[in-house]
Design a protein around this ligand. Structure first.
Ligand SMILES: [Zn+2]
Length: 370
């Protein structure tokens, strides 16, 4: 059954309000990129001088840091472009970005925990389940995800819906039945005919990581890109983690490095999508975070129930179906639990079939509803 709207006659009212029309919808593939605990403060404002002063208290120390030399500029707009040039010069120009709170645009997690498992689960299932999902332990998610829903509704083989994640626990979160989709997470070996990938898969085991069940984002991205080119998944999640890990360690300079690298990965990913006829002109890219973190010099390292600001996230969408450009119009209140239904709607599906209690799709198609 096709969940589509027709001029003057609408099978599914909710999709009509989004303006996803039968002929209008161009999206056939969706790629989601997550940056674990990436604060909206850096995404919209770049380097935060007060946080860098933790490690470099005097002016002399500050200007000597590599981070200051690379990412400092006089205005928030110039700083964010220095930190995430691709996000701001290309994605926000060809798409839309929400979550700039000083300008009245908010994206908020609805779960009460404000840490990773509940965040990714809310993002992928469309609903917070605070009574059930309450830890970051590697316990199988009892709720099915939009990844599984899309695979089933579109009759796709498991190879066409894929997750590549730096954090190993994602393999428990993204599907309620192991093997429903393709998952490569944590230090899991990656199998590919490519000799380079074989080497990288071995090397990741030998590259010391200061954290448990997490690999460096460079491996995650290289494996994901190899898989994308080889298998051409219809729906893909690439989940980076280092920005969160370095923040917990209090290494602000390394958080900035991780964000800058992730921005470069986005650029390479975007280039790969645009140079492949399977993806070009019919792929939506969604970039977001699982949770925010503290707002102050005392709390930016942390997130969780008791940390003010840890429920504040952001999201960017570049899509042939989304005509909004630049920063999302002010005074919009968006929620993480709307992303799953948005992914489904982009693929022509009504997520209420799987979860009637999920957040409604984001209103990202205003021009099409004219
Ligand atoms: Zn964390």
């Amino acid at each position: 059954m096709h969940m589509r709207c027709f001029t003057g006659a609408c099978a599914i009212a909710a999709l009509c309000t989004l303006g996803v029309a039968a002929q209008g919808r161009k999206t056939e593939r969706v790629v989601i990129v997550t940056m674990d605990g990436a604060r909206w403060q850096e995404v919209f404002g770049g380097l935060d001088e007060s946080l860098l002063r933790d490690a470099a208290p005097t002016d002399t120390d500050l200007v000597k840091t590599a981070a200051y030399r690379r990412f400092w500029a006089a205005t928030p707009e110039a700083r964010r472009e220095a930190l995430m040039p691709f996000l701001w010069r290309t994605l926000a120009r060809d798409g839309v970005i929400a979550g700039n709170r000083p300008r009245g645009s908010t994206v908020t997690v609805s779960n009460g925990y404000r840490f990773s498992y509940p965040g990714y689960s809310e993002l992928l299932t469309g609903q917070a389940h605070d009574d059930v999902i309450r830890s970051n332990d590697a316990i199988r998610n009892p709720f099915p995800s939009v990844l599984q829903f899309a695979r089933r509704k579109l009759n796709l083989p498991a190879s066409k819906v894929a997750t590549f994640a730096s954090w190993g626990v994602l393999s428990s979160i993204v599907e309620n039945k192991a093997g429903d989709t393709t998952v490569n997470a944590g230090l899991q070996p990656y199998e590919s005919p490519s000799p380079l990938m074989k080497s990288l898969s071995l090397l990741q085991q030998e590259t010391p990581v200061p954290w448990d069940n997490i690999r460096h984002d460079a491996y995650t991205f290289d494996f994901a890109l190899d898989y994308l080119k080889r298998e051409q998944p219809t729906l893909m999640l690439i989940a980076f983690d280092e920005m969160d890990d370095w923040a917990h360690d209090g290494k602000y300079e390394l958080v900035l490095d991780a964000l800058h690298r992730a921005d470069h990965y986005l650029e390479v990913l975007w280039g790969a999508l645009q140079s492949d006829a399977f993806y070009r002109g019919r792929t939506t890219l969604i970039v977001t975070a699982d949770h925010g973190r503290g707002r102050t010099t005392g709390t930016w390292r942390r997130h969780g129930q008791s940390v003010d600001g840890a429920d504040e996230i952001w999201l960017a969408i570049a899509s042939p179906d989304v005509t909004m450009r630049g920063e999302w119009a002010p005074n919009s209140a968006l929620f993480q639990n709307q992303i799953a239904a948005t992914i489904a709607a982009l693929l022509g599906l009504d997520y209420r079939e799987q979860n009637p209690d999920a957040g409604r799709p984001l209103p990202v198609w205003p021009a099409a509803s004219k």
